[in-house]
Design a protein around this ligand. Structure first.
Ligand code: CP
Ligand code: NVA
Length: 307
């Protein structure tokens, strides 16, 4: 049974297969084709946090390929103490081909994968956002032609998005530099696992945002306070102020560099309008590609044979 609890679960070959399935379904969609590849299939989404892109891109992906979906909050699913996680997972798994979760704890996703008996997809947890990272690699391939020799400078919090992006970069041979303020870096445990998994990986860790972006093909950022960290917003605003992506920081990057953001963005905090709406920004393309890569993920989890 295939699952995507985090990027660490995938191999380089798995990523390539997902990206290739995503590319072919996007090409068919562009021709107006909606092949019923998922007819009779059922996806259940169980979310503990809000979502625009992840929820709608997965639901649209299934609908366009002929399948169906049901969305539940964690409370509606009974995870607020009504039933055990194992029972909820087993029951939902008996109705579904995939369960997409959005949770605080990573353990909850892993429990779903253990008990559901169907494929489980992490649609974001506090420690991982693999669907975003896969989709971002897909977008980079579209924009640059390939990932060969490319590098990402991630400026900001060492959060779920940064972690999954770093692992995706390791899997696909992309350089990854992260600039974070003191106290908000990727955790030591995570960095040790990253280095152990990718001993030849091109990773750099710094606190200097200008140094990070000087050779980057992509300048990437995310919110300073993630979902669940709202009470830290003011504290984080002070620590992260020098890490804002604005015109001045973009001018320290190569002229061809693109700006990426997983969205939602807090305008005038981690990024200015000038950059997010500017000519280097590919944030809306990133969001649009979530749906195409959701299709690749769903097909790959079913071990779909494109031949
Ligand atoms: N990027 C992303 O996952 O967006 P949502 O939180 O809206 O799903
Ligand atoms: N780091 C953000 C990503 C949102 C898509 C969060 O977890 O809120």
């Amino acid at each position: 049974m295939r699952h995507i609890e985090s990027m660490f679960r995938l191999s380089t070959e798995d990523c390539r297969e997902i990206l290739s399935l995503s590319k072919s379904t996007k090409a068919r969609w562009a021709l107006g084709e909606r092949p019923p590849l998922l007819q009779g299939r059922m996806m259940t989404l169980v979310f503990e946090k809000p979502s625009l892109r992840t929820r709608v891109s997965f639901e649209a992906a299934v609908a366009q390929l002929g399948g169906g979906s049901v969305f539940l909050t964690c409370a509606e699913a009974g995870l607020n103490g009504r039933e055990s996680i194992a029972d909820v997972a087993r029951v939902l798994g008996s109705y579904s081909d995939w369960i997409v979760t959005r949770t605080f704890s990573q353990k909850l996703v892993e429990d779903f994968a253990q008990y559901a008996g169907c494929s489980v997809i992490n649609g974001l947890s506090d420690s991982a956002h693999p669907c975003q990272a896969l989709s971002d690699m897909f977008t980079m391939i579209e924009v640059f032609g390939s990932l060969e020799g490319r590098s990402i400078a991630y400026v900001g919090d060492g959060n779920n998005v940064a972690r999954s992006l770093a692992v995706a970069a390791g899997l696909l041979g992309v350089g990854f530099t992260i600039a974070s303020p003191l106290g908000y870096e990727l955790s030591d445990d995570f960095v040790a696992r990253l280095r152990k998994t990718f001993p030849k990986g091109n990773f750099k860790f710094t606190s200097d945002p200008r140094a990070a972006v000087t050779r980057a093909d992509v300048v990437y950022t995310d919110v300073w306070a993630s979902m669940g960290q709202e009470s830290e917003q003011d504290l984080r605003k002070r620590a992260f102020a020098p890490y804002q992506i604005n015109g001045e920081l973009m001018s320290a990057a190569p002229a061809h560099a693109k700006f990426m953001h997983c969205l939602p963005a807090k305008r005038d905090l981690e990024v200015t309008d000038e950059v997010l709406d500017g000519p280097q920004s590919i944030a809306i393309l990133q969001a649009a590609n979530r749906m195409h890569v959701a299709k690749g993920i769903l097909l790959w989890l079913l071990e779909f044979d494109p031949a």
